[in-house]
Design a protein around this ligand. Structure first.
Ligand code: ADP
Ligand code: ZN
Ligand code: ZN
Length: 744
């Protein structure tokens, strides 16, 4: 604790706006040397006992009767100062209580987030003395000798492990303890889910010219202005190897790296790439970790044992004190935005964090987001391009099939005749096919052919999804389920059918068409148990599978050299989502999937089935013409003052009672409008596209303007006034989303 400042400034763990400030507490003499900035403490608060984070010290408290810190919850500070600065920035930027931003930085299993998981202790055996010279004077039983020589190279191994390896017994250990040569100490050990169970991935012998050039340019930027780097490289150009090389340089400099990948790409394959190179110096953070594993990974990172952190968006908060590099792979991915508080975007946080810790930031993509590409084109970011594929494989040829024509010609199957033909060809030649389906927005719903009635969830405004396995209809938002009706609830007709195509149905169809083909399905339903994914992956690589059917999971980062044909069962997937990014998403997805074809020696081909063959996003994706696409999108955004030419804030109001909701949002809108800066626009209030979820009605407002700070402060002031004047009725929940991605 610095100097004589006896009073700690504490943020308490209570996520309420009026408590979102520092409170002063006296630090008792007994804790004076231990309590530091970043320490987590227990403090009295009103009649409660709360956790809190020490964020600073002052010589004098701001109230006369100051209370005392009760205890220290961890020996060492959990928060490094840079991360507290980052938390303050997140809270301010995304308008959320500071303590929630801090919670987002700690894994479950460390306090502040609620529960606490104990460290795991194991008895370990250590050599007590340097044995040189002793050996000649003392006599050892052979087993004891064995132990001593093992400890020469493995000092501090857990006793059990050592006994297994040497074949010695506990009695031998006892004897050595008595002689004063070894000691057994209980030590904290970390749970590492990946120890030993990954397969190894070979590293390329030589870098390509483009990779070398990219590395030179990255180095130049690192030594120069240190702007964020956009690594814009076509699919298969070997971006991953570039990241790996830069990470290697960081390891040499004893710096830590954070590598962010979309959750869906956090596959065993991805983990293996990093684990193969750096083994225990790598921590892979994914949603499947147990609470204890997560806690231990956090501790290993914080202590500096881990040099490389690979994880999804929240890994951007990994406690790296010696941070040198942040990589964001597939920078354009939507999953970098968190949809609950704090609603941060990992890219924005990474930019800020890199700045605070003076680290290098590399964002990679074959289809950069409009925002990022625009910033790279203005020079705010450094643009580095890789234009060809590693082995100079050509990009695949893409053909568009108009499914309306197929129907006219009497083809009612989900496959066009072209796709069927090409698949048959591949089977004959012994090459692999990948069939892609989007899951989101393209599920199997049930509707009446006579009157058009669609069966929806009684609690949420969305159609129910048909699950063939259980013959039930299920709501993907609230979990409601019901049996499939035999007559239409609206008109009584029996012509009630399922529409749309699930992966299951595609798989069935493939098996019917090609009974001799070996088919594998890859989606979140089939990939449940640990290892299932791994197995399919190996089978495909070994050529034991002919046709792979899957969702987004197969679009991301998978490298199957034997695949020469990709069929996009429906390219219209994301086209109909009512969002400004619908075209961008469609373009990105098609490019990603197409990029899976022709990664080996043989060229690839793509068949794109669509009902909208003239849609510009689809046509440009088919030509793989990113430059034309981005020019068009930037013009569109500019014309509408959408990001990056303006900022958006979405305010979502929800309530069980529609009239209460409508009254609240109308009144709040008036208060907010009064506080907005000139030139700001306010859109709405309007019902959200998903009008009801889990029995709560949903309405929203959107603010638009070029002055984000003005929008934020205006909004805050407006909402404060609304609350003080009783405009926010009971039962109404208000959620603020700064720079929203999902407007549903
Ligand atoms: P991207 O991420 O740009 O789509 P990847 O990083 O997945 O591309 O690389 C595509 C393939 O090329 C991978 O199988 C990778 O192992 C391989 N590769 C990368 N660099 C080299 C190289 N210098 N020599 C040979 N193969 C390489
Ligand atoms: Zn009907
Ligand atoms: Zn529902």
């Amino acid at each position: 604790m610095p100097g004589s400042d006896q009073y700690a400034e504490v943020i308490v763990n209570k996520a309420v706006d009026r408590v979102d400030r520092v409170f002063h507490y006296r630090v008792p003499d007994s804790l004076k040397n231990e309590v530091q900035i970043g320490s987590v403490v227990s403090v009295p608060f009103g009649r409660q006992q709360l956790e809190g984070v020490v964020v600073g010290f002052v010589p004098k408290p701001d109230v006369p009767s100051v209370r005392e810190v009760t205890s220290l919850l961890y020996e060492h500070p959990l928060f490094q100062e840079e991360l507290m600065d980052l938390a303050a920035w997140v809270a301010d930027y995304y308008l959320c209580p500071k303590v929630l931003a801090m919670q987002a930085m700690l894994p479950r299993g460390l306090k502040i987030a609620g529960e606490s998981v104990r460290a795991k202790y194991v008895d370990c055996i250590y050599l007590k003395k340097d044995l040189n010279g002793i050996e000649t004077n003392l006599r050892f039983a052979p087993r004891q000798k064995e132990i001593l020589s093992y400890l020469g190279t493995h000092n501090g191994t857990p006793v059990g492990e050592m006994l297994k390896v040497t074949g010695a017994s506990r009695a031998s250990v006892q004897a050595l303890v008595k002689k004063g040569l070894v000691e057994v100490v209980s030590r904290e050990v970390y749970r590492d889910p990946y120890s030993g169970e990954f397969f190894s991935v070979p590293r390329p012998e030589n870098l390509t010219e483009e990779q070398k050039k990219a590395l030179t340019e990255i180095k130049e930027e690192a030594l120069g202005k240190r702007r964020p780097v956009l690594l814009f490289g076509v699919t298969g150009s070997g971006k991953t190897e570039v990241y790996l090389q830069v990470v290697q340089q960081m390891i040499h400099k004893k710096k830590q790296s954070i590598v962010l990948v979309p959750e869906i790409a956090l596959t065993p394959q991805m983990a293996a790439v990093f684990k193969t190179r750096w083994g225990e110096q790598v921590a892979v953070l994914h949603s499947g970790l147990s609470v204890g594993e997560r806690r231990d990974a956090w501790m290993r990172i914080s202590s500096g044992q881990v040099r490389v952190v690979v994880g999804a968006r929240s890994a951007v908060f990994a406690p790296c004190r010696e941070l040198g590099l942040i990589v964001i792979d597939e920078e354009h991915e939507q999953s970098y935005k968190q949809e609950n508080v704090p609603r941060f975007h990992a890219r924005e946080v990474a930019i800020k964090r890199a700045q605070i810790q003076n680290a290098l930031l590399i964002m990679g993509s074959a289809t950069p987001s409009v925002e990022t590409f625009y910033k790279a084109s203005t020079g705010e970011f450094r643009l580095i391009s890789m234009k060809s594929r590693v082995l100079n494989q050509s990009l695949p040829q893409v053909r568009i099939v108009d499914m309306r024509e197929e129907l006219k010609e009497g083809n009612r199957s989900i496959f066009s005749s072209l796709l069927r033909e090409k698949m048959a060809e591949r089977l004959l030649k012994g090459e692999q096919t990948l069939l892609f389906l989007n899951r989101r927005g393209f599920h199997t719903f049930v509707s009446c052919r006579a009157c058009g009635y669609v069966i929806t969830c009684p609690h949420c405004a969305i159609s129910l999804t048909f699950h063939a396995g259980q013959k039930r209809l299920r709501c993907h938002y609230c979990g409601y389920s019901r049996v499939l009706p035999t007559v239409c609830p609206s008109c009584g007709s029996h012509a009630i059918r399922q529409f749309g195509t699930g992966t299951q149905r595609v798989e069935d169809e493939v098996r019917k068409l090609f009974p001799e083909a070996r088919v594998a399905r890859v989606d979140s339903d089939t990939m449940g148990p640990k290892g299932a994914y791994d197995r399919v992956y190996r089978q495909v690589r070994k050529g034991e599978i002919d046709i792979i059917v899957g969702t987004q999971m197969i679009a991301k980062g998978l490298d199957f050299p034997g695949v020469t044909l990709v069929g996009v069962v429906s390219a219209d997937l994301t086209l109909h989502i009512p969002e400004m990014r619908a075209g961008e998403r469609t373009f990105q997805l098609i490019t990603q999937v197409a990029g899976r074809a022709g990664r080996g020696e043989k060229p690839g081909e793509v068949v794109l089935q669509t009902y909208h063959p003239k849609d510009p996003a689809i046509m440009l994706a088919a030509r793989q013409d990113y430059p034309a696409f981005i020019r068009m999108e930037i013009e569109n955004r500019k014309a509408a003052s959408y990001p990056p030419f303006g900022y958006l804030i979405r305010i979502l109001f929800t309530c069980r009672e529609l009239p209460v909701l409508e009254r609240t949002i109308d009144e709040c809108t008036r208060y907010i409008w009064e506080e907005l800066p000139p030139k700001a626009a306010l859109l709405g209030p309007a019902p959200a596209p998903l009008e009801r979820i889990k029995d709560r009605f949903r309405m929203h407002l959107v603010l638009k303007g070029d002055n984000l700070l003005g929008l934020r402060t205006g909004l805050q002031a407006g909402l404060r006034n609304a609350a003080e004047n009783g405009a926010v009725k009971k039962g109404v929940n208000i959620a603020i989303d700064i720079e929203p991605i999902n407007m549903m």
